[in-house]
Design a protein around this ligand. Sequence first.
Ligand code: ATP
Length: 388
Amino acid sequence: MPRIIVENLTRTYGRANKAVDNVSFIVEDGELFTLVGPSGCGKTTTLSCIAGLDNPTEGTISIGEREVFNSRTNTHVPCEERNVGMVFQTYALWPHMTVRQNLEVALKLRKVSAADRKRKIDDALDMVDLSKLGARYPHELSGGQQQRVALARALVYSPSVLLLDEPLSNLDAKLRLQARSWLKSVQRELGITTIYVTHDQDEALALSDTVAVMSGGHMLQKAPPETVYKKPASQDVAAFIGRMNFLPARVVEPGAGGKSLTTVQLVGTDDRFQIDAANDHGLSVGDEVTMAFRPEDVALVHSDATAGADMPNHIEGTIKASTFAGACYEYHLDVGGYEVEAFDRAQGLSGRCKITFGPQSVLLYPGISIATGKIDASASDAPAGVPA
Ligand code: ATP
């Protein structure tokens, strides 16, 4: 299956509205590459440019050996000649056609013989486990079945690459999980190079070989899901992927000169923390930093005279609220005047407690983030908004 190479892709609407701004990436043969990011960050525009449904302002796009777009040479291969399979959020099935007829349209357009059409439709329906429903109309199918018809239709003419734009977002939560693993196994089985667009970070992490995080038309990070989650390249990525606590701090002793730990002090308090120096990125004494750590990496210990004294990075806090979240309880704490979230399986914790976290579980980013959750002292006891 071919690679997709996108270089310096820019799509400007009007004079200055850059929906996609100088984005470059390679999707390797057989890879499932996901574009994820908040609404309006440029995911669909990028996908549409690759499909040939939209005209980039600048850049080049190649699918396999073939350059399908080049702004300098005025190359623009039309959509129908790019041999891409597409699935949209809406599925876009023809309501007046049966499942088989929906699949047949693309084959007739490609002048496939009647015998080959039958075989290809049988194969595609078999692949998505819908062999028995070929005679039904879309309104006679469940949402999940319609989604599978849309995928079968995208695959029936053996496209060289697959482009999926939020294909699962119309499904309910449970079906969505099933469809996710089913989709992943079909993609693996076929080994088809795939670009997947979603705003759902969990879906991106669960499905992808590579996750590319976009914001404001830029690509902020592209890496395997574990790397994006455990080592977000910037505060913006850290804030978008998963839940994260942010605290403002100053460097007291950097981890330079072979030291394994960096010491920082929480702004406005005497509390100091030791952070793995591998996460320090060349900081100096006095530098302002943002500490970032995940709620699942915080341990809660009931506050008494001795508990937690021998643990690294322990600090007093007050539980302000808790929410039952199935697998755990989500606790919202006031820690030195800052909002901190902690996940814990223990029920009914309240009042004063200590939080602790390991030196490896904290990332340091230069500068103090606006996302640090300072609690407004004039507000009520309710948490002042969870850090994004
Ligand atoms: P969503 O997740 O909400 O679908 P997205 O990340 O896919 O968002 P795009 O649809 O790519 O975002 O849009 C990127 C930006 O380009 C947005 O600010 C959008 O308003 C703008 N945009 C998209 N299409 C047009 C258009 N035809 N004319 C003007 N601006 C557009």
